[in-house]
Design a protein around this ligand. Structure first.
Ligand SMILES: [Zn+2]
Length: 147
């Protein structure tokens, strides 16, 4: 078990209940942090101008309340942090998030599918996108998993 830290739990509390279900299950398998849940207008437009988001307020899925989007990634206790340089570690983490979410979805425990920011069209490939946002995940009502 890898219970979420205080800051991560607080950020998760601004997210849709499906994220709470997914994150609780994920704690059984991997140590991770939540970097962002809901983003208000100022924070969204800052992210846009910094280039960390392609969208202006209120078009990001981080802007709804509760937030449909969440940013998260692996936590390494020896670093007391994530490793922002290690894209492969983020991709490996994303694989776990997607698998856990798919299982919960087919079990009827969540009502959305999940899109990862490293693979916006959910075809399993990361090399076919110019804008990649590896820590980003968002809920969708579309059948992106073809289930
Ligand atoms: Zn995001």
């Amino acid at each position: 078990m890898h219970p979420l830290g205080k800051t991560s739990s607080h950020r998760l509390s601004s997210c849709h209940s499906d994220w709470k279900v997914i994150c609780e299950a994920l704690c059984n398998w991997v140590n991770y942090s939540v970097f962002c849940g809901h983003r208000g207008e100022l924070a969204q437009n800052q992210a846009f101008f910094n280039g960390t988001s392609e969208l202006e307020w209120p078009n990001s899925k981080h802007n709804s309340l509760p937030s449909l989007a969440i940013d998260m990634g692996p936590y390494f206790s020896e670093l007391k942090n994530t490793d922002w340089e290690d894209a492969n570690a983020f991709a490996m983490f994303a694989g776990m998030v997607l698998l856990v979410a798919k299982q919960l979805y087919v079990q009827g425990k969540i009502s959305h599918q999940v899109i990862w920011g490293g693979d916006w069209d959910s075809d399993g490939r990361t090399s076919d996108h110019k804008f990649r946002d590896f820590p980003h995940f968002e809920l969708t009502k579309e059948n992106v998993w073809n289930l």
